[in-house]
Write a new protein. Structure first.
Length: 677
C-alpha cells in the first residue's frame, strides 16, 4: 500500500520534478525528519526533544519524544506514534510532564525517569498548553480553552421525531469570530489551571471573560503564577496591548504587574526568585516594532530595558542558574543568534547558526535550551538538511543528531549560495540566496524562479527548504531574497514598508533578478516568479508592473486590501497597524497598494493557488484576481487546496501538490512568454 501511494504521489507531481533519480523527489517529502523543542535534563547529561516525521499513510506530520545523550547516542524516550509537545522537567529531574494525544485526546502525560514508565495524568475535555512546574515540584500549572456556551437569542421549534430538517442558523456576535487554522471560534476563553503533579482534579484559577494564554511562570514561594493577558474592556480595539499579571493560588486574586501601551509577554522568574524577565515594546503603532527584553526586581524597582542597543527582535529568554544574566535569541541577516547577557549589559555571542525548523520554505527561526551557566543545545540551520541538534559549551561543539543522512547521503541537492546586491532604490544592500540545480553547468542557460517570502515582516535564511529544493531538482535556478520590510536587518529596514506596502520591494526583487542574470547562465526568456502570502501580494504586484516574466504563480495572496481587512481573521490588528485608518475613510490609500488596481496591465500568464480554509488571506482574494484576469483575457488558472488553512504545507501531500502545480504552470510556458490578451 505504501508503494502504491508513493507512486500516486509521484504521478501527482508530474511533469518532471526531478532530473535524475539521485535528486530530491516529491515522495521524499514523506521521509523528512527534523528536531525541535530541545529540553536538557536538569543534570545536563542528555536532552529530550521532539523528533518530527511525516506519515505517508495518514498524510500527517507527527512528533514523538526522543532522547540523545551528550555523545550523540539516540533512542526513543517512549516509542509509538503520537504528537508529543510542551515537555518540561520537574525541578529535580525525576519526572517529565508533556502533552500528548497518546491516550486518544490531548492530555497531560508524565514520564518517570526511574522506571521509564509514562501515563496520562489528566482526563481533560480540552487541550492543555504552557505546562509549568511549581518550584517544589508538587504542582503543575497549564492553560486550556474553557467553553462558556451562550444560548442563541431566538428559540426555534424542535423538529418532529424522525424529521430531516436543515441545520439551524448559526448566530455570531464575537469580535474575532474565526481564526486561521482554528476555524470558527467557540464560546469561551482560555483560562489558567493548577493540578497536583501526581495527578488529580485540575482547579481553575482564572474565570474572567478574557483569554489567559501564553507562557506561565511561578513565583519563588509557589503562591502565585505570573502570566500575560489583554484584560482590557476594549481589547478588540487594542489588540497588542497586553500586560503582565499574577494570580494567587489561594483565592484566584489577579494583580496587575505592568502598565504601559504595548505588549508585555513571555515572563520568566529568575532562579533566585527575585527578578522577572519578559519581552515587549512601547507601541508606536508601526507595522513592525522590535521586541525587546526587560527585567525588574519583584521587590518593586522600575523595569530596566536590557536591549536598547540591539536593533533586532529578542525571543526565548532563559535565566542563567546564578540569576546574574539571561540567555536569549535573535535573528540577524537571517541567522539565528544565541547570546548571554549579564544584568550590567555585557553581551556574549554563543552561536549564529540556530534555525532549521521551517522545512517547507527557508524561513529563519530555531529553538534552544541552556543548562547551568553555559551548556547549550540548539537546532542547527543548514542549507541542505532540516533541523538537527547541536551541543555546545565553553570547551566543545558536537552535532548530536543526523536525522536525514539515511535520505540525503546518496542524493545530490541544490547548492545554496549567498548573494548581496545593491538596491537601485535607496541606499540598501539586499541579501539573497541562489539555489543551483543538481549537476549545474555554468556554460548552460537555465530558467530562473524568483521565490518571494511572506509576512511581510519575516525573513528567509540559508536553511533547508523542501519547496525550493524540488524546484531546483526540476532544473531551475532559484533565487530567494529578503527585500525591505524583512526582519533581521534592523528596525528601519523593516519599517520601510509601513503604510507603503508593496512598493520599493518591487525594486529590491527586480535588482536581485538582474544580479543573477549578470552571472551569465540564465535564459531571460524563462523567468518565473512565485511567492505565498506576502510573497503572493508581491507576485501579483510584479505582474501588474512588468511583463518580463514568462509565467507567475500567486499563492494565498492579498489582492484587494479593502476586502482583505474586512474578511481576514485578524482584521482589528491589520486595520490599526498596517493602514492609516479604516478602508472607507482611506479608500484611495487601500486601492493604491492593491494589486487589483493594476490588473489591467497584466499580460503574464498567472495562476492562483490558495487553501479553501484559509482565513488569514481568504480564498475570496484569489477568486477576485482569477475573475479579473479572465475578464482581461489573461491566461489564468486557479488551484484550490481542499481543507487547507494558510499553512498549506501542514499536510505533506499539499506541499507536494503545491510545488507540482507551480512547476506545471512554469513548464507550460517554458518556451517563453505567452500571447495573453
Amino acid at each position: 500500500m505504501k508503494k502504491i501511494l508513493a507512486l500516486s504521489l509521484a504521478v501527482l507531481a508530474t511533469p518532471t520534478l526531478a532530473v535524475e533519480s539521485n535528486t530530491f523527489q516529491p515522495e521524499d517529502v514523506f521521509q523528512l525528519e527534523y528536531a525541535s523543542s530541545p529540553t536538557i535534563h536538569p543534570k545536563g547529561d542528555y536532552t529530550v526533544f521532539v523528533r518530527n516525521y511525516m506519515d505517508i499513510m495518514t498524510d500527517r506530520k507527527y512528533g514523538t519524544l526522543w532522547r540523545v545523550d551528550n555523545k550523540g547516542e539516540l533512542r526513543p524516550l517512549i516509542g509509538g506514534d503520537a504528537n508529543d509537545r510542551s515537555q518540561t522537567w520537574s525541578p529535580d529531574g525525576s519526572k517529565l510532564a508533556f502533552v500528548s494525544n497518546r491516550s486518544g485526546s490531548n492530555q497531560i502525560h508524565m514520564y518517570w525517569t526511574d522506571t521509564r514508565d509514562q501515563s496520562p495524568v489528566t482526563r481533560l475535555t480540552g487541550s492543555p498548553s504552557n505546562l509549568s512546574w511549581s518550584p517544589d515540584g508538587k504542582w503543575l500549572a497549564f492553560t486550556m480553552f474553557t467553553p462558556a456556551p451562550e444560548k442563541p437569542p431566538v428559540s426555534l421549534p424542535k423538529p418532529p421525531k424522525g424529521a430531516d430538517w436543515a441545520e439551524p442558523p448559526k448566530y455570531i456576535d464575537k469580535d474575532n469570530y474565526r481564526y486561521d487554522g482554528g476555524g470558527y471560534a467557540k464560546d469561551g476563553f482560555t483560562q489558567i489551571y493548577v493540578m497536583p503533579a501526581s495527578g488529580g482534579t485540575p482547579r481553575q484559577l482564572t474565570s474572567d471573560d478574557y483569554n489567559h494564554g501564553g507562557q506561565l511562570t511561578w513565583t519563588h514561594d509557589g503562591e502565585s503564577i505570573i502570566f500575560s493577558a489583554n484584560r482590557r474592556e476594549d481589547a478588540f480595539h487594542q489588540p497588542a496591548n497586553s500586560e503582565l499579571y499574577s494570580v494567587a493560588l489561594a483565592d484566584g486574586e489577579v494583580t496587575q504587574l505592568t502598565d504601559r501601551v504595548g505588549p508585555d509577554h513571555s515572563p520568566v522568574i529568575s532562579p533566585d526568585g527575585k527578578k522577572l524577565a519578559w519581552l515587549g515594546y512601547d507601541d508606536e503603532m508601526m507595522s513592525h516594532q522590535l521586541t525587546q527584553l526587560y527585567v525588574m526586581d519583584l521587590a518593586g524597582d522600575e523595569p530596566r530595558l536590557l536591549t536598547s542597543d540591539l536593533d533586532y527582535s529578542v525571543d526565548d529568554v532563559q535565566w542563567a542558574d546564578d540569576s546574574r544574566g539571561v540567555y536569549f535569541a535573535y535573528d540577524r541577516h537571517g541567522d539565528g543568534h544565541i547570546v548571554y547577557q549579564n544584568l550590567n549589559g555585557k553581551r556574549t555571542q554563543l552561536t549564529d547558526e540556530m534555525g532549521g525548523l521551517s522545512y517547507g520554505r527557508p524561513y529563519s527561526g530555531g529553538a534552544f535550551d541552556v543548562h547551568g551557566n553555559g551548556q547549550l543545545v540548539y537546532t542547527l540551520a543548514h542549507p541542505q538538511r532540516p533541523a538537527d541538534l547541536v551541543l555546545k559549551d565553553s570547551k566543545m561543539k558536537r552535532q548530536l543528531t543526523h536525522l536525514n543522512e539515511d535520505l540525503f547521503a546518496h542524493k545530490e541537492l541544490g547548492r545554496v549560495e549567498e548573494i548581496w546586491y545593491d538596491s537601485k532604490h535607496g541606499d540598501y544592500k539586499i541579501q539573497g540566496w541562489i539555489v543551483y540545480p543538481p549537476n549545474f553547468d555554468p556554460e548552460e542557460k537555465y530558467p530562473l524562479i524568483l521565490e518571494i517570502h511572506g509576512g511581510p515582516h519575516t525573513a528567509y535564511a540559508e536553511t533547508f527548504s523542501a519547496e525550493v529544493q524540488l524546484m531546483a531538482a526540476a532544473g531551475n535556478v532559484v533565487l530567494y531574497t529578503n527585500p525591505r520590510g524583512s526582519t533581521s536587518y534592523g528596525e528601519e529596514f523593516a519599517q520601510e514598508i509601513h503604510h507603503n506596502y508593496p512598493s520599493q520591494d518591487y525594486d529590491d526583487l527586480m535588482d536581485g533578478v538582474d544580479a543573477v542574470i549578470e552571472k551569465g547562465f540564465i535564459d531571460e526568456e524563462r523567468l518565473y516568479v512565485t511567492g505565498g502570502s506576502g510573497g503572493g501580494v508581491l507576485t501579483a504586484w510584479i505582474v501588474g508592473h512588468t511583463d518580463r516574466f514568462a509565467a507567475a504563480v500567486v499563492a494565498k495572496p492579498v489582492i484587494n486590501w479593502y476586502s482583505f481587512v474586512l474578511t481576514a481573521d485578524m482584521y482589528n490588528y491589520f486595520t490599526k497597524y498596517w493602514f492609516p485608518g479604516l478602508p472607507w475613510e482611506n479608500p484611495e490609500h487601500y486601492l493604491k497598494y492593491s494589486p487589483i488596481t493594476y490588473v489591467g496591465n497584466v499580460t503574464t500568464p498567472t495562476m492562483l493557488l490558495t487553501g479553501e480554509a484559509d482565513y488569514r488571506t481568504p480564498i475570496s482574494e484569489s477568486e477576485q484576481y482569477y475573475q479579473a484576469l479572465k475578464l482581461e483575457g489573461v491566461d489564468t488558472a486557479m488551484v484550490r487546496v481542499p481543507d487547507a488553512p494558510h499553512g498549506i504545507y501542514s499536510r505533506p501531500s499539499n506541499l507536494i501538490g503545491k510545488v507540482a502545480y507551480i512547476l506545471h504552470w512554469f513548464e507550460k510556458y517554458g518556451d517563453g512568454k505567452s500571447e495573453s490578451k
